[in-house]
Design a protein around this ligand. Structure first.
Ligand SMILES: Nc1ncnc2c1ncn2[C@@H]1O[C@H](COP(=O)(O)OP(=O)(O)O)[C@@H](O)[C@H]1O
Ligand SMILES: [Mg+2]
Length: 297
């Protein structure tokens, strides 16, 4: 079984976080090759399947990314996670779908760039976070006070050709931090807690955030499982790997994000996590292609 592991130009090789996963694959009959998703020289049809991993620039080239996924589909290739999962998850509007399915999410509303200032002032919120609906890695993610005199100029610096999600600012992210719970084929694997640097609200390591292995509170696991259980009814089937990001607030645990495309899975923080992922992947790749979308989680 030849497996293309999709990477990006900035990180073309296997990511250190995935090293143990890559190491586990050959004994399971899988030969992984790192393959930059938008490298025109990659012979995609020489592989049996594509595992999406560190495609960390897809949101900057979104049209090209979607076209590439459709091309893989037209070549009859199996993509993990499946194409429909990726497309649904690429736009943060999926959070509104989950909210309608009674999953406790950080609430949000969508706005065109031109309407942002008016929408923020009308929201009744004192402080908001604004982020592009298609984004990752805290790209153009801003914390803003609704009554700030420089609100317009801060918003003017955001790309004008994007739509945005406006959420209430959740102060607990900067306090207790954000949980990331990893699931393989629907089963909980391991968790980490992420905290931002002092004076920062974005937990990303490139912004000075820290990560530690930790046991998640049962309420966080319950919300994560509820989110995953809501997917089949939304037509989102065949999720093999999932990272569920959550925050504990005074009002209960809230889902911040469900990451089904290119999450860092913090495999080194979970004993045997890489082996669990590798086995789930091998099982999926051995199952008949046309039934993969019906496997559920
Ligand atoms: N509503 C919010 N309240 C507080 N912090 C937030 C909020 N939304 C995002 N953040 C911070 O910004 C980071 C990036 O936002 P996120 O929604 O996770 O998007 P992405 O990871 O796709 O860039 C989060 O990990 C968190 O640290
Ligand atoms: Mg995130």
């Amino acid at each position: 079984m030849r497996l293309a592991v999709a990477t990006c130009r900035d990180f073309p090789q296997f990511h250190p976080d995935d090293a143990e996963l890559i190491h586990q694959l050959p004994p399971l009959g899988i030969t992984p090759t790192p393959s930059v998703w938008n490298d025109p020289h990659v012979p995609w049809n020489s592989f049996d399947a594509v595992l999406i991993r560190t495609v960390w620039d897809y949101y900057r080239h979104y049209g090209e990314f979607v076209a590439w996924l459709h091309r893989l589909e037209s070549l009859g290739m199996r993509v993990v996670n499946p194409l429909r999962v990726l497309l649904w998850n690429a736009d943060k509007r999926y959070l509104l779908d989950l909210e309608r399915a009674d999953v406790p999410v950080v609430p949000g509303r969508i706005s065109a760039h031109a309407d942002l200032a008016a929408q923020i002032r009308r929201s009744g919120l004192d402080e908001v976070v604004v982020k592009p609906t298609v984004s990752a890695g805290a790209w153009h993610t801003l914390r803003l006070r609704a009554d700030a005199s420089d609100l317009e100029s801060a918003l003017a610096a955001l790309p004008g050709n994007r739509e945005y999600l406006i959420q209430p600012y959740v102060p607990e992210v900067a306090g207790v931090g954000e949980w990331s719970l990893m699931f393989f084929d629907g089963s909980f694997s391991h968790a980490v807690r992420k905290r931002p640097a002092a004076g920062e609200f974005r937990v990303q390591e490139k912004l000075g955030g820290t990560v530690e292995a930790a046991e998640p509170p049962p309420a966080a696991t319950a919300v994560a499982q509820k989110a995953l259980a809501a997917l089949p009814d939304l037509g989102v089937r065949g999720v093999l790997y999932a990272r569920v990001d959550l925050v504990e607030t005074g009002a209960g645990v809230r889902l911040m994000e469900l990451e089904l495309i290119e999450p860092q899975l913090y495999l080194r923080f979970g004993p045997d996590a890489a082996r669990r992922f590798a086995r789930a992947l091998a099982k999926r790749l051995r199952s008949p292609s046309d039934s993969s979308s019906d496997i559920g989680l």
